[in-house]
Design a protein around this ligand. Structure first.
Ligand code: NAP
Length: 268
């Protein structure tokens, strides 16, 4: 690998589920060399993509990757990271990148578990297979350079997203989690709540209601593991869930109050 910003990287993906595969396709298109490992055997899909798949994590770790990109679920991240035979890493400095939708949790674990020589980049692409299906232009890519010494490899990795036209946003993991609890977690919670109510499109849909049915559908395409991870591993999410409950209660009170003003108090 040279030091220019757009060097070809050897990237090893851990967790080759829906999001790992989605990212891999663009990385292959850009000419990077990919390998993958996962709990499930993805040998066949990897063969079709021209990626080497390792069932054996040890062989994956020994494959001398510039970057190890962790795309596992939030809930399994700790177990997956701790079960990696990190002592078998060949390179002095390997860049570890995570893409979890919460950020303090992987940052803390990566700092705790990885060898001191490893670099750490925590990221959250604010898009997925649905919103990014027609390209990544103008979609936000959040990142925090938690521990970077090899700037060249880090900037080559970031370049993958910059080249696709992403809005590159450097932000601390803490700031990310504060904002994401108010935005992404609430979006998913509303989507899941609408699904729980079985809302369906009708013959008299307003544009607003179409937006809600769309929200329900896109939210339900993400796994429940992903959604519960947004809650369990973001320390700001509990408060936002309470705020939502409180707000719904307040709105109901306002309606009941207004009804009693209009119609008079209910008689027994
Ligand atoms: N989907 C999105 O739009 C999106 C956007 C940004 C970031 N992310 C993040 O990307 C990551 C992957 O998301 P996802 O959409 O693919 O769905 P997910 O349900 O969050 O994660 C699925 C991945 O986790 C692995 N996994 C789950 N449980 C495991 C366990 N007990 N042990 C080992 N591996 C396990 C799966 O491996 P196998 O497939 O081998 O079973 C699969 O690779 C998550 O951290 C998510 O927060 C997702």
């Amino acid at each position: 690998m040279s030091t220019s910003q757009s060097s070809t990287l050897k990237i090893g993906i851990v967790g080759f589920g829906s999001f790992g595969q989605f990212l891999a396709k663009t990385m292959i298109k850009q000419g990077h060399n990919l390998t993958a490992t996962s709990r499930t055997d993805y040998s066949n899909s990897c063969l079709q993509l021209g990626i080497q798949f390792f069932r054996d994590v040890r062989m994956f770790i020994e494959a001398n990757n510039d970057v190890i990109l962790i795309c596992t679920s939030i809930l399994s991240f700790s177990e997956v990271l701790r079960s990696m035979p990190l002592a078998c890493l060949k390179r002095q400095t390997t860049l570890f990148v995570d893409v979890l939708s919460v950020k303090e949790h992987p940052r803390d674990l990566l700092l705790q578990v990885l060898p001191e020589e490893s670099d750490i980049l925590c990221t959250h692409p604010m898009f997925g297979p649905d919103s990014g299906k027609n390209g990544w232009k103008d979609l936000t890519f959040m990142y925090d350079k938690v521990r970077i010494r090899d700037e060249a490899t880090c900037s080559s990795f970031l370049h993958i997203f910059a080249e696709e036209g992403c809005k590159m946003l450097q932000m601390s993991c803490e700031e990310h989690d504060k904002i994401a609890a108010k935005s992404q977690f609430i979006t998913h919670t509303i989507g899941r709540t609408l699904a729980e109510m079985n809302i369906e499109s009708t013959t008299i849909d307003t544009k607003g209601f179409q937006t809600l049915t769309q929200l329900k559908e896109t939210t339900m395409r993400d796994s429940f593991d992903l959604y519960s991870g947004l809650f369990i591993h973001n320390r700001f999410a509990t408060q936002e869930l309470e705020n939502l409950q409180h707000a719904l209660h307040k709105v109901k009170e306002m309606l009941v109050q207004r009804m009693s003003e209009e119609l008079g108090p209910e008689e027994d």
